[in-house]
Design a protein around this ligand. Structure first.
Ligand SMILES: [Mg+2]
Length: 375
């Protein structure tokens, strides 16, 4: 099988309601997935997606599209996309870092690998350890009343845990988490995520209040680069800590492990550079006793399906649920991914490759630019 052409499809998909994150990120009003469609001489095509957010991931939709167009895509036209090791080697040789741009191609090649084998990707990766995965809902910032209303919606959706976004005023955030505990009862797992919004003092002040609500996890309390600081918080705060923004690559994961800064890694298949790089980080974590929370950017069904195919194969899966409802918070899903969500869980997809179909008529409504590169 050979790659004949690759389409780079830039999109902009609104959120029906603005999503308030930490003070560092502010409000999200839309997401801009970049889709890669690989066409082949055998008639099969593979899809990849990446969901950049400059303040979070370093890369932006514009840098991803430029690096794909100028550097990565021209280097792999004519190659065999099912030889994903060779494809990754070529991508690595073309440009340093740029994990998200490379990851979109890696994802599309894994889609083709599964389609060529006539199997779902998780079977190509060795099989599934689970029939389905419990979903973690998440809610943005707001008043106490808004927070409680959003939390009740998560529970009513039958999700198995909730991620409460904090990282603003530490006292208000602490009180919001206490109100969520009151509303959801004593056994509902609560994860808090500060998205780098605190400094050390604010993080400790927040968790000092929120601890009464017995959160099961405290994600990314402070700046992504301050791994020593996160390790110190983990030592002192009495709540398990996860890192998200701090781990984009394998090298970051090694550093977090060396400094003892995390109990859990938040893996996002696009943030972590595609299927292969994610699997390598996950295996490193497993060998060190670190669990994996499958988390998501504001992403569509292609990225979610890639993430799900990986999660089904992972033994060190975090126990309280995973972020597999992302397209439901958007104006539309450009795929049929959400049909896999039933009663607060997401089922293993049955179709070959990533196991989702692209809804071209829906996709067309959100395309801002489309470029096709051929030999
Ligand atoms: Mg996070």
């Amino acid at each position: 099988m050979r790659i004949t052409s690759i389409e780079i499809i830039e999109t902009c998909i609104p959120l029906p309601h603005p999503y308030k994150l930490s003070r560092r990120y502010g409000f999200l009003r839309d997401t801009k997935p970049v889709i890669v469609k690989i066409n082949t001489d055998e008639g099969l095509c593979g899809y990849g997606e990446t969901d950049p957010m400059g303040k979070f991931t370093g890369e932006t939709p514009e840098t991803v599209a430029a690096v794909l167009k100028e550097d990565l895509v021209p280097a792999i036209i004519g190659e065999d996309p099912t030889n994903v090791l060779m494809i990754n080697q070529i991508l690595e040789s073309m440009v340093r870092d740029n994990h998200m741009a490379k990851g979109a191609i890696d994802m599309a090649c894994h889609d083709l690998l599964g389609k060529a084998a006539g199997m779902p990707l998780y079977r190509v990766l060795g099989g599934a350890l689970y029939e389905d995965i419990p979903i973690m809902g998440s809610i943005g910032g707001g008043t106490i009343e808004e927070t409680v209303a959003a939390a009740e919606k998560v529970r009513n959706s039958k999700y198995h845990s909730i991620m409460v976004k904090v990282g603003g005023d530490p006292v208000h955030d602490g009180n919001r988490v206490l109100a969520v505990r009151d509303a959801l009862g004593k056994d509902y797992p609560i994860i808090v995520d500060a998205n780098q919004g605190y400094d050390m003092a604010a993080a400790m002040k927040f968790i000092g209040i929120a601890k009464e609500a017995d959160p099961v996890l405290f994600e990314q309390p402070i700046d992504a680069e301050n791994i020593e600081g996160i390790a110190a918080i983990r030592q002192k705060c009495g709540v398990p800590v996860s890192v998200d923004e701090s781990i984009l690559s394998y090298r970051h994961a090694q550093e977090v492990i060396r400094l003892g800064a995390a109990d859990v890694f938040s893996i996002k298949v696009c943030k972590n550079g595609g299927v292969r790089n994610s699997l390598q980080i996950i295996e490193l974590a497993r060998s060190k006793g670190i669990d994996i929370l499958f988390n998501s950017m504001i992403e569509e069904g292609i990225t979610q399906a890639a993430s799900l195919n990986i999660a089904l194969t992972v033994s060190n899966l975090y126990e309280y649920g995973h972020a597999y409802f992302s397209p439901l918070r958007l104006d539309a899903d450009i795929t049929n991914y959400c049909s896999n969500i039933v009663d607060g869980r997401v089922k293993a997809p049955e179709g070959p490759g990533l196991g989702v179909e692209i809804l071209d008529d829906v996709l067309d409504r959100y395309v801002s630019r489309r470029v096709t590169i051929e030999k």
